[in-house]
Write a protein that binds this ligand. Structure first.
Ligand code: DON
Length: 571
């Protein structure tokens, strides 16, 4: 299938999120411009010295410029993250947080940086209950949805530990894009159009992202974010002092107070990113490194472990028996995911979950499942941004960052140009109540002051004989887990190059609701074979977006997912 067609599918999928039918009609008018932009975009590339992959081609170019000016993979990754926060502000930015998995070649060491948002100090497990009933909307839109942002603290921590450049040097491309403007990507234009009515009711969002007559910009129209540029500049070379203790903190806390939010000066002053011990598992002679909880990296490792020695190549890529194997393993992995949470609050038995004995148990459960009752269909959302960098010295960074759902809390602090996240929705609003991704929460993931919500974001780096051979990560809520799994298998077991690996049609199964989501690009015969096996399918235009880089001496191959657009830039 052509890249243009896949981009169109992505646009169609975005449409499916909220007001399914009405917006479908409106967006189908915009489809030709998606196709045109896709034809011109550079979603896959080859590099000799290094590679940057991002859902924003402007941001990937910013990252490569940093590499060309002598920066390393960490400098480049944080520059790319800041730039994509400007060019796809619906997905991520300085109001959000993320995870960074880093491989430093000189010491052959992995590092996992958690700069996810935390619940405010005044947050309580029952904060979303009204008259005894959970009100999920409060966790998605508006001030109560907002977690304490970690983005700037994480970027600063990574730069100070492994970077070679100062904050203003790496923020320069982002500042230029914000100040001088950038052409809206087809993806961003589509998201703005889809959410125009919500953006309209926020003064900051409407001023920046809507035209004066209230209409949405088209792909290619210029978007300027002057206030965000000024905020980035105001952070100087000590961004933590300024963001968490200085003028930005004062403005953010004052905004929160004026709007009835919970985040105050103490929340910002208390925020700390956490260096965690990376986790790793094995798959067919490869070592797979991932983020520990509160990421779902362990779930991908469990799934890969359960699929090992399954002779997958013999089953054939995306053959019905192969997909059935994946479905069963994904279901069990997502059942285990309920035990994952912030390890500072809950004892997550991650070592036990990754033992060969537990993985064997998972494999056996996967082989003997009973048919479940038919479930409701899950929702989709296309925020979040993954980016990947590999440099000439062998360093690798896999970074996923988010403000959660598209345009986060749908609220901004206008003077700062900062879009507020709605990461609180990743907590269990109440036990058994599904969040925006239809993930049901358990007590382990209940709201507590200072706690980080469980995340599906799972950047990974794979090594063979001690050296990185590939990296991947994605966006799309829980479909990150299944997407990262399938792209990894496509590369390691089916030997596809990154462009083909990310383009292959995918499936998703998350146990609850127990329905198999299948992309419509999956051949009809395969879909009916799965139905004959007893699976209930929900066919969607496209699932989440995944990027990948394969790494060999002087040979970097990168691709971003044509479902979302973006760029791979090698040099
Ligand atoms: O951390 C998480 O799991 C979510 N906040 C990710 C959200 C996401 O990927 C949005 N896009 N679908």
């Amino acid at each position: 299938m052509s890249i243009a067609r896949r981009i169109q599918l992505w646009a169609d999928c975005s449409r499916a999120t909220a007001v399914f039918v009405a917006l479908a009609i409106a967006m189908s008018v915009a489809a030709p411009s998606y196709a045109a932009a896709a034809a011109a975009s550079d979603a896959s590339a080859v590099g000799v010295h290094g590679m940057v992959v991002s859902e924003s081609e402007d941001a990937a170019r910013a990252g490569v410029e940093i590499l060309k000016h002598g920066g390393n993979a960490v400098d480049s990754a944080v520059a790319t993250a800041l730039a994509v926060g400007v060019t796809n502000p619906a997905a991520c930015g300085i109001g959000g947080g993320g995870f960074m998995l880093i491989y430093i070649a000189k010491t052959h060491a992995f590092y996992a940086l958690d700069y996810r948002e935390t619940a405010p100090l005044q947050a309580r497990p029952d904060m979303y209950l009204r008259n005894g009933k959970p009100n999920e909307d409060l966790a998605r839109d508006g001030v109560l949805a907002v977690g304490v942002p970690g983005e700037i603290a994480g970027i600063d921590a990574a730069l100070r530990r492994f970077g070679t450049m100062k904050f203003q040097q790496i923020a320069a491309p982002a500042e230029k894009l914000a100040d001088g403007g950038f052409a809206a990507s087809p993806h961003l234009a589509g998201e703005i159009a889809r959410l125009a009515s919500k953006l309209k009711s926020d003064p900051g969002l409407s001023q920046v992202f809507l035209k004066p007559d209230g209409s949405a910009p088209k792909a290619g129209d210029m978007i300027v974010e002057k206030n965000l540029a000024a905020t980035l500049r105001s952070l100087g070379d000590d961004p933590v002092a300024n963001f968490y203790h200085g003028e930005v903190a004062t403005a953010l806390a004052a905004f929160m107070k004026a709007h009835g939010g919970l985040i105050g000066a103490a929340d910002l002053a208390d925020y700390r990113p956490v260096w965690r011990e990376p986790i790793h598992g094995r798959y067919e002679g490869y070592e797979v490194y991932a983020m520990p909880p509160p990421s779902s990296g362990g779930v991908v490792l469990e799934m890969l472990g359960a699929l090992e020695s399954g002779h997958l190549p013999g089953l054939g890529i995306n053959s019905p028996p192969y997909l059935a194997r994946l479905i069963e393993v994904m279901r069990q992995g997502f059942i285990d995911r309920e035990q994952y949470a912030d390890p500072s609050f809950v004892s997550v038995q991650i070592e036990r979950l990754l033992t060969p004995a537990h993985i064997q148990e998972l494999r056996e459960h996967a082989l003997h499942r009973k048919s479940p009752p038919p479930p409701p269909a899950p929702a989709h959302d296309h925020g979040t941004s993954n980016l990947l960098v590999a440099d000439k010295d062998g360093n690798v960074v896999a970074l996923t960052t988010t403000i959660n759902t598209v345009f986060g809390a749908k609220m901004s602090v206008p003077a700062l140009g900062l879009i507020l996240n709605d990461e609180m929705d990743d907590f269990a609003v109440a036990p058994g109540v599904p969040n925006a991704y239809r993930l049901e929460g358990e007590r382990a993931n209940e709201v507590r002051p200072g706690k980080r919500p469980l995340s599906s974001m799972t950047p990974i780096i794979v090594t063979r004989n001690g050296l990185p051979v590939m990296t991947t990560g994605g966006s799309g809520g829980p479909t990150i887990v299944s997407g990262v799994l399938q792209v990894t298998l496509n590369i390691l077991s089916f030997h596809l190059d990154p462009a083909s690996a990310v383009e292959e049609p995918r499936i998703h199964e998350q146990a609850a609701p127990d329905v198999v989501i299948v992309e419509e690009a999956m051949p009809a015969a395969t879909r009916s074979a799965l139905e004959q096996m007893g699976y209930q399918l929900k066919v969607v235009p496209a699932l989440g977006a995944v990027g990948a880089i394969t790494i060999a001496p002087a040979n970097f191959r990168g691709a971003f997912d044509p479902r979302k657009g973006g760029g791979a830039v090698g040099y």
